[in-house]
Design a protein around this ligand. Structure first.
Ligand SMILES: NC(=O)c1ccc[n+]([C@@H]2O[C@H](COP(=O)([O-])OP(=O)(O)OC[C@H]3O[C@@H](n4cnc5c(N)ncnc54)[C@H](OP(=O)(O)O)[C@@H]3O)[C@@H](O)[C@H]2O)c1
Length: 286
């Protein structure tokens, strides 16, 4: 499997020449398609007129049309108009959609699936002889702060990985890894967003308990999490080091941290990632 030979620590690469003229399609016009399309257009290399999106209803078309992207009810039209096709429908629809379009697929096509639990093996069986990549984004893509992990199928070359990285650079962090990491990434980062929301809620409720009005407490909690996250990313230090820097001996923070340790926050969070990963694995097997 080529995945084990890759250098997964590579830094993001520049976009390939010719990407300006690349035609990009999305099958499915939901939240994930929107987040990715928005990120691709924000990166500035791809023109909106080179992007096309399909869905059965017009319910989600408005926000794509606002970006200057073409819309259609025909998945076949997306395939014939595009070289790079994102599959952004719910996982149970992947087989139906691919059976519908497969006769229009040619060797100019590369497919990128974001469908949770749909393996590269399944995609390669449904799209024989074609380069296929599996991408797992998370919802903060819609605010350009996503955490994305992709894996290449057996026919996808490193160049296709480089292209995808470049295209999605404005969606947030883009990493490449073996497919075996995808479920853990889903548990840690896809579901992890909800774990952080729970922590935000609890932090704010602590503030409310201590007398801060709820609306303000929630705003402060969101900013605290954003600030801590940015420091983690921008300083590149281990979280334990940043945490130690906030702890004055005998001060407020170490008293609070002791309560969190007593409550088992660390073990509960690790257990949550493990449970969500196992659930993603179960769903992939169904
Ligand atoms: N949301 C997340 O956080 C997240 C994270 C990682 C991966 N994903 C994956 O991303 C994929 C899409 O999720 P989502 O949250 O964007 O879902 P969503 O908002 O429900 O969007 C699904 C889209 O698929 C369209 N659709 C339904 N049947 C179709 C068909 N036969 N042909 C073409 N389009 C069809 C829907 O059309 P209408 O507009 O007419 O309803 C809708 O635009 C899923 O496979 C999911 O596993 C999502």
């Amino acid at each position: 499997m080529h995945g084990t030979q890759n250098d997964y620590t590579k830094s993001p690469c520049k976009m390939e020449p010719g990407v300006q003229d690349m035609k990009i399609g999305f099958i499915g016009a939901g939240n994930m398609a929107f987040g990715l399309a928005q990120g691709i257009l924000r990166a500035g290399e791809v023109k909106p007129e080179n992007v096309i999106v399909s869905a059965p209803s017009s319910n989600n078309f408005g926000r794509f049309q606002d970006m200057g992207v073409a819309v259609t009810h025909s998945n076949m039209e997306v395939v014939t108009a595009s070289q790079l096709v994102f599959l952004a429908v719910k996982p149970h629809l992947i087989r139906t959609v691919l059976n519908e379009i497969v006769q229009h697929v040619t060797h100019k096509h590369t497919f990128v699936s974001v469908a949770a639990g749909v393996t590269l093996e399944t995609l390669e069986n449904l799209l024989p002889g074609l380069p296929v990549l599996r991408l797992m984004p998370n919802l903060p893509c819609v605010v350009q702060e996503g955490a994305l992990l992709f894996s290449r199928g057996s026919l996808a070359r490193p160049e296709e990985g480089t292209l995808l990285r470049g295209l999605l650079s404005s969606c947030g962090l883009v990493e490449e890894g073996p497919e075996s990491w995808i479920d853990a990434h889903t548990g840690m980062s896809g579901s992890g967003v909800a774990f952080v929301y729970l922590f935000a809620e609890a932090l704010a409720e602590g503030g409310v308990k201590m007398g801060i009005p709820s609306v303000i407490a929630h705003r402060i909690a969101a900013q605290t999490i954003l600030g801590a996250g940015r420091m983690l990313r921008e300083y590149g230090k281990h979280p334990a080091q940043l945490r130690a820097e906030v702890c004055t001996p005998g001060g407020t923070t170490i008293f609070g941290l002791h309560e969190l340790e007593r409550g088992g926050l660390r073990a509960a969070t690790m257990g949550a990632v493990e449970a969500a990963t196992e659930r993603a694995r179960d769903l992939s097997r169904k």
